[in-house]
Design a protein around this ligand. Structure first.
Ligand code: 2AM
Ligand code: CA
Ligand code: CA
Ligand code: CA
Length: 281
């Protein structure tokens, strides 16, 4: 058991147990997918395991906290405004759980072991708990607002890299290739000669957890949703890093173009993206 779990009904304990259960179940379903559906583009995949994971997560959270609200990727109508609209509709809620039942569905479908379960809890719009679980490596990242971030009981700390030239930086190629991809390629083109190297591994939540734990020094992506970012953002803030939108405005739940770093390379990375006109739609 994690030392920072206080009781079986603490928010953090429920978030951890739920993410771990969902993650283990997902892992058990690898290679067993009978049907792959698409959402609003041919690259935008969803499986019965995404839906089953979200159902499992909803059931567990509702069992413990029946009066809380839940915003999950598979529970809202797909579309670019889905997250913002859902967040607005739920802004009145005191406690809102923000859930990505599988972050990295394409990887999951292909058996590429880089996907995660992301669960955050917001209190009146402020994220107070964030958990990202990687079932392939059995790595569980946890953050509590004001109390730090941990992986399996060990505090996570962002990297010390002070310049792009020594930094490993990640980004993502979204499934919606209409608006985001050209902008993203501009960013990749601009950053490619500046950084030590770039990674595009396919799970935004896990990339953020890697920035929190110092494995990456920065991450940016255009056109994400609250469920991709919320948990990872708290992990990074509680590990000493910095999270803004790609133009440097403070992170909040409605931010979709994300820039997350160790803090040291934040301005340099931001300036390169702005210079390349790669910061938004
Ligand atoms: P998903 O696997 O939960 O769908 C990959 O670059 C990242 O983009 C993943 O975190 C992936 O999350 C997310 N993503 C996938 N499809 C997307 C879409 N249509 N719009 C925005 N983000 C998407
Ligand atoms: Ca998806
Ligand atoms: Ca996602
Ligand atoms: Ca997902």
């Amino acid at each position: 058991a994690e030392p920072f779990v206080i009781g079986s009904k603490s928010f953090t304990a429920v978030a951890i147990n739920t993410a771990a259960k969902a993650g283990q179940w997902i892992k058990s379903k690898m290679g067993e997918i009978s049907r792959i559906d698409t959402k609003f583009s041919p690259q935008d995949l969803v499986t019965e395991v995404d839906k089953g994971s979200e159902k499992l997560i909803r059931n567990l959270i509702m069992t413990h906290f029946p009066d809380h609200s839940i915003l999950g990727e598979e529970g809202v109508e797909p579309g670019p405004e889905a997250s913002a609209k859902a967040l607005q509709a739920m802004s009145e809620e005191e406690y809102l759980w923000i859930v990505d039942p599988i972050d990295g569905t394409t990887n999951f479908v292909h058996g590429f072991p880089f996907f995660s379960v992301s669960i955050a809890l917001a209190h009146k719009g402020e994220i107070i708990v964030g958990v990202v679980y990687d079932p392939s490596r059995d790595e569980l990242f946890v953050a509590e607002k004001g109390k730090g971030a941990y992986m399996h009981g060990k505090k996570t700390v962002v990297s010390l890299d002070g310049q792009l030239s020594t930094s490993l930086v990640a980004t993502g190629l979204p499934a919606d290739r209409n608006g985001a991809l050209p902008i993203n390629l501009k960013g990749i083109q601009a950053l490619s000669p500046q950084v030590r190297n770039l990674r595009i591994a396919g799970s935004a939540a896990l990339h953020l957890a890697y920035v929190a734990s110092g494995r990456l020094s920065g991450f940016w992506e255009i056109g994400l949703n609250a469920w991709d970012i919320a948990a990872g953002a708290l992990l990074i803030q509680e590990s000493g890093g910095k999270v803004t939108d790609t133009e440097g405005r403070p992170y909040n739940l409605a931010v979709r173009n994300i820039l997350a770093t160790n803090g040291e390379i934040h301005d340099e990375l931001k300036q390169e993206l702005i210079k390349a006109e790669a910061t938004g739609f």
